[in-house]
Design a binder for this molecule. Structure first.
Ligand code: ZN
Ligand code: ZN
Length: 260
């Protein structure tokens, strides 16, 4: 692994450790690039509603300032990118984008943790046999990726469909074909592997292999130690190799500052 673009900070309330410790660990592993992509702030419509797993809008300034300092501190040793992991919530995304564009944010990755606009309370990891929800996940994430504003699709297999296998396969295949057209990588997520979650889902990755989609490994680090986790990297690479997949090392980051 030469680069990791999925790194959190304590601002999301479920990660620990100073930014510098994450960078030190990346250096230990010989990484050339480290992208921070903490859970983005969001502006929700319902007064009083706020999700607990993301920074607040007023914390973004400090996030960016801290990382600009870190970038300077480590200059010449490792390239630091300032990103965010964001869901695509159609109702609130335009306002978010206006806000984020005021900051030197280098990139976004898509992590669709809940469906619709979050407030409806439909988490992607909740097991379901409802094809309508799977279809919603597919449609919503592809609409996000088609915007050209996201650099890759994080844990694309987060949605937990436990119904008919043929139905699952059909939707996954459609995702793969569209990301191929868009030249966007899919992330094989080490956090899920580490915690033995329902993802990475082998069913998903077998289809990825058949469709020849681009794959990148993401640490999804919430602690400095997991920024570079050699055991998990090895496990991931071995599995992907068994499917004939060679992950890419670097991702071409897409700017959020130019409209297309
Ligand atoms: Zn997280
Ligand atoms: Zn993440």
């Amino acid at each position: 692994m030469l680069a990791n673009y999925h790194t959190h900070t304590p601002r999301c309330n479920h990660a620990v450790g100073k930014e510098q410790r994450y960078v030190d660990r990346a250096l230990e592993g010989g990484l050339k690039e480290l992208g921070f992509s903490d859970h983005t702030p969001y502006f929700f419509g319902e007064p009083g509603y706020y999700s607990s797993f993301r920074m607040h809008p007023e914390e973004l300034e400090d996030y960016v300032q801290t990382l600009l300092t870190v970038r300077e501190e480590y200059e010449g040793r490792i390239r630091i990118h300032i990103g965010l992991e964001a869901e695509y919530y159609p109702k609130y995304f335009p306002r978010l984008l206006d806000f984020l564009r005021q900051f030197p944010i280098d990139y976004l990755i898509l992590g669709q943790h809940l469906l619709f606009n979050e407030e409806e309370g439909v988490p992607s990891p909740a097991p379901t046999t409802d094809e309508k929800l799977l279809d919603q996940y597919r449609g919503q994430t592809l609409e996000a990726l088609e915007s050209g504003l996201f650099s890759y699709f994080a844990h694309p297999d987060l949605f937990r469909f436990v119904g008919d296998e043929a139905v699952y396969a059909r939707h996954v295949r459609a995702i793969c074909r569209r990301v191929n057209e868009l030249h966007l990588p899919l992330e094989y997520n080490l956090q899920g592997l580490r915690d033995r979650k329902h993802y990475p889902d082998p069913r998903f990755w077998r289809i990825v292999a058949e469709e020849g989609a681009e794959v990148v490994i993401g640490s999804d680090a919430h602690t400095p130690a997991t920024t570079w986790d050699p055991q998990r990297i090895e496990e991931a690479e071995a599995f992907l190799r068994s499917l004939g997949i060679t992950p890419i090392e670097y991702v071409r980051l897409r700017s959020i500052h130019e409209s297309k």
